[in-house]
Design a protein around this ligand. Sequence first.
Ligand SMILES: Nc1ncnc2c1ncn2[C@@H]1O[C@H](COP(=O)(O)OP(=O)(O)OP(=O)(O)O)[C@@H](O)[C@H]1O
Ligand SMILES: [Mg+2]
Length: 286
Amino acid sequence: MNAKECSIKNPVIMEQDNKIRERLKDIDYKIMVMSGKGGVGKSTLSINLSIGLSLENLYVGLLDVDLHGPNVPKMLGLEDGKLQRREDGTVGPVYYSPNLKFMSIAPLLPKKDSAVIWRGPLKTSAIRQFIYEIEWGKLDYLIIDAPPGTGDEQMTVAQTIPDAYALVVTTPQEVSLLDVKRSINFCKQVNLPIIGLVENMSGMICPHCGKTIDIFKKGGGKELAKEMDIPFLGQIPVDPRVVTTGDAGRPIIASYPNSYTADAFRSLTRNLMDVTQASASKEKRI
Ligand SMILES: Nc1ncnc2c1ncn2[C@@H]1O[C@H](COP(=O)(O)OP(=O)(O)OP(=O)(O)O)[C@@H](O)[C@H]1O
Ligand SMILES: [Mg+2]
């Protein structure tokens, strides 16, 4: 008996699969933010994008599947946010605003800096649990913040959420672009459609003269998107306020809504809405 047949016959897994299907039915678009490279801004993007979508009056869930480095609660200013276990066994996520809620492993850890020392099967089962045990309710978007690379977490999302999309993040440097190509190839291998590519840390607006300084080059992401035939969804500049607002738990799109960078995040949000809706109507036609 192979592993697949074995899991099909396991009633516990079957019940979980049913619950997962039920939960996912209520969520229109599921988008995993990923990159082959660490530190390119996946969490920053997931958070500002989730807030951006929620400000468009959409219902949004943010699922942090970075089990070793769960940054979402801190970056949202909700490190002390508590999950609510209900009598029926479901768990209520933590609310950032009435239409944005999140789940992360962080609220389950004994201390803020506790290390999670887990391998594949434990990680897979935790992520599956994050989906079926959490009472997500009706959502327009579920944004999934992934750790760097193409490992257990990304594989679990791809296998558990059959209609998920990937949103790939890169920075303009060639080393990042090379690693990002690996993620793109991963998506192709596991049949995870890529909804678009974003170039983060793309040039910097000089606070003195207002001109763009290309400190990490610029435009590599756009070229890569063209080369790989993926929609290019936007560029986010380097902005020191992204760091300070992220550290302070007040994401830039909310704390500096009139800034050029918040504009860039809003434009990215709208482009994402356009491509997901276009892609959904294309699927309906087929
Ligand atoms: N556009 C930007 N301008 C300035 N700083 C940025 C920008 N985007 C992200 N950063 C900063 O870069 C650092 C890494 O960002 P972030 O944690 O979002 O990356 P990540 O890809 O999620 O990292 P990891 O791979 O560790 O999960 C953070 O300090 C963040 O504030
Ligand atoms: Mg991250």
